[in-house]
Design a protein around this ligand. Structure first.
Ligand code: GLA
Length: 376
């Protein structure tokens, strides 16, 4: 379908078609930019990109979600303060390849990752493009190098100060596994995550809330973590244990201490989760998820009423544990359930949202899926 749409739109067949998934982060939130450990997995939903080189230096971009619109620019006009809206995620990736992209491009994307749900639709888009250009221009970057390139696109071109987690998992995930990622050196370990055999399912609750007033909140949290690390005399908060942090409390402001406490503890929770998963101890995994939520809510202060209601209602309806995921201030939460308890819990959450006067939430689920790939 994407191929024939591409041909109809641009009058040539695509030279390459790629796909890249969105993600759910099981545990390790707001720790990637502290060089910490995270454990996300790729979801089934993905973004597809069809691309061909052009003879000139023009770039044309279209999306199946925006019929009739073609965005046009040229390789020579790429600049971080340049034009574009969502197209900037694509332009940023082209820009990040520097002189290695040597011709113009026709690009058609088909985005299957829900927008604004905290499921990393932007990383899916960046990684589908990065995977295609890496192959099309024989750049041969490794997956960690591609992840850094996509992050550079988002930091340097789009202007979002994100960490490295979303791009890494979109590129390096393997089906059936969560990805244990060391955000300092990007080394990985695939951790089997077989919820189905245990009769469990991970519910993804998109609250559909987005609190735009706190858009600067992510950068502000990041800055607090960096200033805390500086005052502690370490490269990043990853280099600090829970007890070291406690004994250095007087060096930090109360706010920096709260932020750092979340980070240091959440990194510890990642290691604990790995051990529990290896023992198939999902009851303990559930408890850790809930502890992480409390820390994100009370110490990192990035939850919101809708996320808290989703998690609290899940817990009151037999969930083994749950938490908000992603950047915060809206987006999605996850909650672990026995399969038989899923439907009544969905109803309870929907009713709770209605009573509170919130927009109706959306429910997803996903098995751990594979990372970005060239389709043909
Ligand atoms: C967003 C960012 C990631 C990460 C998470 C929080 O998804 O893109 O780099 O920092 O928030 O864990």
């Amino acid at each position: 379908m994407l191929r024939s749409d591409f041909t109809a739109l641009f009058g040539q067949t695509p030279e390459i078609v790629t796909e890249a998934p969105g993600r759910v982060n099981l545990i390790g939130e707001h720790v990637d930019y502290c060089d910490g450990f995270v454990m996300p997995f790729a979801i089934n939903d993905r973004t597809y990109a069809a691309i061909s080189k052009r003879r000139d230096r023009n770039i044309r971009i279209a999306s199946k979600q925006r019929t009739g619109e073609i965005f046009e620019t040229s390789l020579d006009q790429l600049a971080p303060d340049g034009k574009g809206d969502w197209e900037r995620y694509i332009l940023g990736v082209i820009w990040a390849f520097g002189g290695q992209v040597t011709s113009g491009l026709d690009i058609l994307v088909d985005g299957g990752v829900a927008l604004g749900a905290g499921l990393s639709s932007s990383a899916a888009l960046e990684c589908s493009i990065a995977t295609a250009l890496n192959k099309l221009f024989d750049v041969n970057l490794s997956l960690p190098e591609l992840a850094r390139l996509a992050q550079r696109a988002e930091n340097g071109y789009v202007g979002v100060p994100c960490g490295i987690m979303d791009q890494s998992v979109s590129l390096m995930a393997q089906a059936g596994n969560a990805l244990l990622l060391d955000c300092r050196d990007l080394s990985t370990e695939q951790i089997p995550l077989d919820l189905a055999s245990a009769g469990l399912e991970l519910m993804i609750i998109d609250t559909r809330a987005h609190h735009a007033l706190v858009d600067g909140g992510y950068a502000e949290r990041r800055a607090s973590c960096e200033s805390a690390a500086k005052k502690l005399g370490i490269k990043a908060l990853r280099d600090c244990s829970v007890s070291e942090l406690e004994s250095s409390r007087s060096k930090l402001t109360e706010l920096e201490y709260m932020r750092a406490e979340h980070v240091v503890n959440d990194i510890e929770r990642v290691h604990q989760t790995v051990e529990f998963l290896k023992k198939n101890d999902f009851v303990s995994v559930g408890k850790i998820l809930t502890q992480s939520h409390a820390s994100l809510r009370d110490r990192f202060e990035i939850s919101c009423a809708e996320l808290d209601l989703a998690v609290d209602t899940a817990l009151a309806n037999k969930s083994l544990g749950g938490r908000m995921i992603g950047g915060g201030f809206g987006g999605s939460a996850i909650a672990l359930f026995k399969v038989a308890d899923i439907e009544p819990a969905k109803t309870a959450i929907a009713v709770a949202f209605k009573s509170a006067g919130y927009v109706e939430p959306r429910f997803f689920t996903s098995l751990p899926s594979s990372g970005a790939a060239v389709i043909n």
